[in-house]
Design a protein around this ligand. Structure first.
Ligand code: PSU
Ligand code: MN
Length: 306
């Protein structure tokens, strides 16, 4: 095992026995939701993974150690710290480890640590992507490059419409990342089940997803996969409400000159504030929904691995 990595004993035991494990990210805890709902959600998502037959491994860097599987106290520290906690993507990992720091991992950094641990399935809310206006700003999330190179399947509700969803799909196509619509033919847009963007790969059950993962890696294709799982209809929000909040958040970001890794947390925070409790409740429900599907995929994949 990698000497810089620590596994929670429950995660280590499950991996050693070939039992299903689901990775969970921590930037969603520190930067994606407000306190105390972030802590409640992180614990509820772990419980949902367990209730569906897999072991949860929430991932972060703690005191310079890459950690797969956190204690409740560690999750609470990341939740209480909120935006004051360092947000770690691929390029931030080495410095955090070298200097013994603690930080929350993005989708990209969580994939890296999951792969080091041997975890192949990861559940989150939404992935990062190509930002609107990227032709001028060059703002493209490192999550997309990670999907192109690291063999982990990421179950998400598509991507938030703070991004340019069409360019995000083009980028993933260029880099050879399958985007599997789970029982859907268009990319889900996080709070809404649908968007204007067609997907050409559809799967209708967890076993089929596991078979695609196995084929992808057996072919020597090192990339990850996106599994796009629409928010349950009863928790979806009206598109006009979200579009208005997103337009205002984007305008504020531009006025205030927000740049770099601060852009996504700023937009997430403003959209949450502008739409109030509704969007937070929907956000929590879609993450739980992704945790359920990821647990089923991890179980199916564990059954395929010799
Ligand atoms: N989108 C969300 N919620 C989130 C994130 C994105 O709806 O919490 C987080 C994830 O951790 C994702 C990160 O990996 O933001 C992307 O940040 P950036 O755009 O700076 O790469
Ligand atoms: Mn960015």
């Amino acid at each position: 095992m990698n000497p810089l990595l620590d596994l929670h004993p429950e995660v280590a035991a499950a991996l050693a026995a070939g039992r299903p494990v689901v990775a969970l990210e921590s930037t969603i805890i520190s930067h994606g939701m407000p306190w105390p709902q972030n802590l409640e959600t992180a614990l509820a998502v772990e419980a949902e993974v367990r209730a569906h037959g897999a072991v949860p491994a929430t991932i972060a860097v703690i005191g310079g150690r890459a950690q797969a599987g956190l204690t409740q106290a560690q999750i609470e520290t990341l939740g209480r710290g909120g935006p004051a906690v360092a947000k770690l993507s691929r390029r931030d990992l080495a410095l955090a480890v070298a200097q013994g720091r603690t930080g929350a991992t993005t989708v990209a950094a969580t994939m890296i640590i999951a792969a080091l641990a041997g975890i192949r399935v990861f559940a989150t809310g939404g992935i990062g992507g190509v930002h609107r206006g990227a032709s001028a700003s060059f703002d493209i999330s490192a999550d997309l490059q990670e999907l192109a190179r690291t063999p982990v399947a990421v179950v998400c509700a598509g991507a938030k419409a703070i991004l340019d969803l069409g360019l995000t799909l083009e980028y993933l196509e260029t880099h050879g990342v399958p985007v599997l619509g789970y029982r859907c033919d268009r990319l889900p847009a996080f709070f809404t089940r649908d968007s204007d963007f067609a997907l050409d790969q559809r799967v209708d059950d967890a076993a089929a997803i596991a078979q695609v993962m196995q084929a992808q890696w057996a072919l020597g294709l090192g990339a990850g996969l996106v599994v796009a799982n629409p928010i349950p209809a009863e928790h979806a929000l009206p598109r006009e409400v979200m579009d208005r909040a997103i337009a205002q958040a984007l305008a504020e970001a531009q006025q205030q000159g927000v740049q770099g890794k601060a852009v996504t947390p700023f937009l997430l925070g403003r959209v949450n504030a502008l739409t109030g409790g509704d969007s937070l409740a929907s956000n929590i429900q879609l993450v739980l929904n992704n945790a359920r599907l990821a647990a089923a995929v991890a179980a199916a994949f564990a059954g395929l691995v010799p």
